[in-house]
Design a protein around this ligand. Structure first.
Ligand code: SF4
Length: 213
């Protein structure tokens, strides 16, 4: 049975092996303000950053702030964000979120987890993305890749993303939380995919307890 110290050492090694491998994958959401990042993050669910950036390049010229999203007819917002997929749900989330921003925070994006979670359509994953990228506040972002890899790598026994977030945070120093999430995402996309993890090409195979035989 692996002790907590052994697990922490193993996670640091995973970090150190993966860190230099994923330096070029810099496609990231483009935004000029915390508000634009918040909207982009909502749009990025089940969609590539590249595709979101294409849509928001036009979207943010038309919708300048929360009022514009709240006042727009839902059908036209749906059309404007259609290429990001799940556009009906996303339009609903964006409208709810913008309404909450105006009612609770005078249209400003707040810089704490507690306040962000009061906004409709904003969960911990979105909040952590916004806090990390816009306000430099550390956090582990648990998306589908992070969840899968954390389980395969034996970093958690939980299936609830909020609990996985805490489990990973407990294993690494705060300053590495954000980058570790990104490394899990890159490795999950490139090698340890959901359907066919490519164990033979995996640089951390010696650090992974997953049953790959
Ligand atoms: S050894 Fe396999 S399961 Fe483990 S991280 Fe690598 S690809 Fe994923």
């Amino acid at each position: 049975m692996e002790t907590l110290k052994e697990k922490r050492d193993r996670v640091m090694l995973i970090y150190e092996v993966l860190d230099p491998l994923y330096t070029l994958d810099r496609t990231a959401l483009k935004y000029r303000t915390p508000f634009e990042l918040l909207i982009s993050t909502i749009l990025s669910a089940q969609c590539t950053d590249r595709q979101v950036n294409k849509v928001t390049a036009v979207l943010f010229e038309k919708y300048k702030g929360p009022e514009d999203f709240v006042n727009a007819p839902v059908e036209s917002l749906e059309e404007d964000i259609r290429p990001t997929g799940f556009f009906k749900n996303k339009a609903k989330s964006i409208k709810g979120c913008c309404k909450g921003l105006l009612e609770l925070y005078s249209g400003e994006v707040p810089a704490t987890m507690e306040e962000l979670l009061k906004l409709p359509g904003v969960g911990r994953k979105t909040a952590n993305c916004v806090l990390g990228a816009a306000f430099d506040i550390p956090g582990v972002v648990v998306d589908t890749h992070v969840k899968r890899l954390a389980q395969r790598l034996g970093l958690t026994e939980n299936i609830n993303p909020d609990k996985i977030e805490k489990d990973i945070e407990d294993l690494l120093p705060e300053g590495k939380w954000r980058r570790f999430s990104d490394l899990m995402i890159y490795h999950g996309r490139a090698v340890c995919t959901a359907r066919r993890p490519d164990h033979d090409r995996c640089a951390i195979i010696g650090l992974c307890p997953y049953n790959y035989v």
